[in-house]
Design a protein around this ligand. Structure first.
Ligand SMILES: Nc1ncnc2c1ncn2[C@@H]1O[C@H](COP(=O)(O)OP(=O)(O)OP(=O)(O)O)[C@@H](O)[C@H]1O
Ligand SMILES: [Mg+2]
Length: 229
């Protein structure tokens, strides 16, 4: 019995890789908002900044209060999965922010260790076409990481436009299921980056954004805990 309790105390971080071949799709925004939300909910969280641009590191450096650890791991390249395997006991969640390069060794290494790949996509045909390479990278990663889950996350959603409806109609053909939660285009998200903050830190003025992100975080938690949607 005591042994069971001992093992239940061992943390084995769930690893989320935020990936897309397309630059500017919202990888860093999604990674930092989600990691911040997980940390505000009481989890211990590491953001592994695998992009040599180090945008996640800059985000956290803009203020004092970002509640997750953020580390530059971009130099690990194809060894990232080995490095993060050793860190798994230290955190509840590790969120990897990656460069806009599906074929980069660091992206492939991230997909090899991740439990879940999140692919932010802006609902425009150009962005979807450019994202096909990341689907191929996810399929290839499953040879070594067969349990890898993957979800598209619609970012900068503009509801009720004809274009958004048309693009949303194309998503099922993409071959990666869609997360039910999405992110609208919001000034509050840009403010988080400018202040080095999480969305909760903006308080009541960001009420809609807080709710939107909470829904996203809960859906991700459910997915990683194997609960049915
Ligand atoms: N939901 C959103 N609402 C408002 N602005 C957003 C949103 N998502 C992203 N942005 C803005 O769009 C720009 C690109 O976002 P971000 O840097 O997160 O993309 P990225 O995929 O990480 O880019 P890169 O490929 O260069 O790493 C940034 O200026 C960011 O503030
Ligand atoms: Mg980025």
């Amino acid at each position: 019995m005591a042994r069971v309790e001992f093992w239940s105390d061992v943390v084995n971080a769930k690893i989320i890789a935020v990936v897309n071949q397309k630059g500017g799709a919202g990888k860093t925004t999604l990674a930092m908002l989600l990691a911040g939300s997980l940390a505000d909910a009481g989890h211990t969280v590491l953001v592994a900044d695998a992009d040599p641009q180090n945008t996640a590191l800059h985000w956290a450096g803009m203020g004092q209060g970002y509640p997750a650890a953020v580390e530059d791991v971009s130099g690990e390249e194809g060894k990232l999965h080995k490095v993060l395997r050793r860190r798994r006991d230290d955190y509840d969640y590790i969120v990897i922010d990656s460069p806009p390069a599906a074929a980069a060794p660091v992206t492939q290494s991230a997909l090899r260790i991740a439990d879940l790949a999140l692919v932010p996509v802006i609902p425009s045909p150009l962005d979807l076409w450019a994202s096909v390479r990341i689907r191929e990278a996810i399929v290839a990663a499953r040879h070594k990481n067969p349990d890898l889950l993957a979800r598209l996350v619609v970012n900068q959603m503009q509801p009720n436009t004809v274009l958004a409806r048309e693009v949303m109609g194309m998503l099922p053909e993409f071959g990666i299921p869609l997360l039910a939660a999405s992110l609208k285009s919001r000034t509050a998200y840009r403010q988080c980056a400018a202040l080095g903050a999480t969305i909760a830190a903006l308080g009541a003025r960001a009420g809609m954004a807080i709710m939107e992100l909470e829904a996203l975080r809960r859906e991700v938690e459910r997915l990683l805990n194997g609960e049915k949607d």
